[in-house]
Design a protein around this ligand. Structure first.
Ligand SMILES: Cc1cc2nc3c(=O)[nH]c(=O)nc-3n(C[C@H](O)[C@H](O)[C@H](O)COP(=O)(O)O)c2cc1C
Length: 188
């Protein structure tokens, strides 16, 4: 397939091309409060240690909870939770208790204070590994110190945000090109 016919595209909106990761729910705890925010801007940074970078706006209530507690849980929801994912992103823990409001089940984590969201497909317990870009970019570098993943299905139906209210729902997977990979790359 050729893509030679192109149009000029506004650089501020290239997010629509580069946001492939699943939308996640970030749960946090500080003092006696818990909270949840929706997050699309995250990136894997390293396998060992397992590092994930995230943009958490300093306008969010979660920002100080996560900065002070130096921890969070990254929860991976599936398409059946899409409406809740949007509602969580449209509200603030300043005003409501999101676990109660959205009838989500908080489960005690093993390595951090922040609770796991039981309804999600996967829960990644994270500790803040590098705070040096928080002030400049609201960029948190976390180390995943414990991961809980549902035993089925093998490939979850994750939702991916393309901006402008549009989600891409995970679909087909293929191993057709696996033989083209260098063996060393398959280990990672
Ligand atoms: C689809 C979607 C993706 C979002 N991605 C991010 C993100 O990557 N970083 C961020 O700071 N806020 C993001 N938000 C906004 C927060 O989820 C939102 O501000 C949330 O209400 C903050 O909650 P809090 O004040 O309780 O922390 C996103 C919202 C939606 C709906």
């Amino acid at each position: 397939m050729s893509h030679s016919v192109k149009r000029d595209f506004p650089v501020w909106n290239i997010r629509r091309l580069l946001e492939p990761g699943p939308i996640v729910l970030v749960s946090s705890a500080w003092k006696r409060e818990t909270n949840i925010m929706t997050m699309g801007w995250h990136t894997v940074m390293e396998f060992q240690p397992s590092l994930v970078g995230c943009i958490i706006s300093n306008a969010n209530y979660s920002f100080e909870m996560i900065r002070k507690s130096r921890a969070c849980v990254i929860n991976v929801p599936t398409a059946d939770m899409a409406a809740t994912v949007v509602r969580i992103g449209n509200s603030s823990g300043r005003d409501i208790d999101k676990f109660a409001e959205f009838e989500l089940t908080a489960v005690r984590a093993q390595r951090v204070q922040a609770p796991l969201i039981s309804e999600c497909y996967a829960n990644l317990e994270c500790r803040l590994a590098d705070a040096s870009w928080i002030r400049k970019y609201n960029f948190f570098v976390f180390e995943v110190v414990k991961a809980h993943v549902a035993t089925s299905p093998d490939v979850p139906t994750t939702i991916h945000y393309r901006g402008d209210g549009e989600f891409l729902i995970a679909g087909k997977t293929t191993r057709r090109y696996r033989r083209l990979f260098r063996p060393a790359l398959l280990d990672s």
